[in-house]
Design a protein around this ligand. Structure first.
Ligand SMILES: [Fe+2]
Ligand SMILES: [Fe+2]
Length: 283
């Protein structure tokens, strides 16, 4: 079934929303004189968000020895950049609203790609940490749009097929609908007024980077590298790939000049952080 992107995104925009409070809080960070007090006051207007910040600050993800008891202490200890990440994660958790196995896989995959993008960015220094995280978390948001479109049988026609085989969701989508989830994600983020670098990172995360050698594609290549690695870990795919060294052969690694003789360190770090976050959102 063919539907125009505009119609597809327009039809589900209410079901996939980025909460207003998150937009407001993210905007606060643009002010260089923002204080911990101001931020904690804004966040306390949303008790669920405040509770998540405390919970994640107290998790093994950060490994603080003493228990953090209030929001301002949490913000002061983890720092603004980390608070930004949690605000985005909590907001996206709603957009991904888990109602079946594929929603769960999509959410977990996105969370892991956010962690991995931040990890790779720490070594490659392509963008700031918060943006790397956001790009990773949002990269497959187009799949959520497809999945929420009732006229399509996206879970069975695309997600199941891609999950169980080596064929990518992108390839199946292009055959079925004429465009892919990266196109849809970029379109959605544009309507949400996200910065162009985030829109581009999502929109171009499945292209062949080698052929295009353009500087503005670095963010997209970072997301692609993280995505590839997380799929190799088996988060989003049925079977993990045993030979992690293959990451160096990916087109994004070549484009970014990335080579790692021992990717197991990244795997351990991504795995630990991802598991802690997953746990924090489960209980
Ligand atoms: Fe993707
Ligand atoms: Fe992905």
């Amino acid at each position: 079934m063919k539907i125009a992107i505009k119609e597809l995104v327009g039809n589900v925009s209410e079901g996939v929303s980025f909460p207003r409070i998150a937009v407001r809080i993210l905007r606060l960070f643009e002010d260089d004189s923002l204080s911990t007090y101001q931020l904690s006051k804004a966040i306390s207007l949303d008790p669920i968000l405040a509770a998540y910040i405390l919970k994640i600050s107290n998790s093994a993800f950060y490994g603080f020895k003493t228990k953090i008891k209030n929001l301002s202490d949490a913000i002061a200890l983890i720092g603004f950049e980390e608070v930004k990440k949690i605000v985005v994660m909590v907001s996206m958790k709603n957009a991904f609203s888990v109602s079946d196995e594929f929603d769960r896989i999509l959410w977990e995959h996105s969370l892991a790609v956010a962690v991995a993008a931040s990890e790779f960015n720490g070594r490659l220094k392509i963008t700031n940490d918060g943006s790397a995280y956001l790009m990773g978390l949002l990269h497959d948001i187009g799949k959520v749009v497809f999945k929420k479109t009732k006229e399509l049988n996206y879970a069975d026609d695309v997600l199941r097929k891609a999950y169980e085989s080596n064929i990518s969701a992108k390839t199946i989508e292009e055959e079925e609908y004429g465009y892919n989830h990266a196109d849809v994600g970029a379109y959605l983020l544009e309507t949400w007024n996200f910065d162009q670098d985030i829109v581009d990172a999502v929109g171009f995360h499945h292209i062949n980077f080698i052929a295009l050698k353009k500087d503005f594609l670095k963010n997209a290549a970072l997301v692609s590298l993280a995505d590839y690695f997380v799929n190799m870990m088996g988060i989003g795919k049925k079977e993990p790939v045993k030979d992690l060294i293959l990451i160096n052969e990916s087109c994004s690694a070549k484009f970014l000049g990335y080579f790692n003789e021992n990717p197991i360190d990244i795997l351990n770090s991504v795995h630990m952080k991802y598991s802690e976050l997953k746990k924090a959102f489960e209980s």
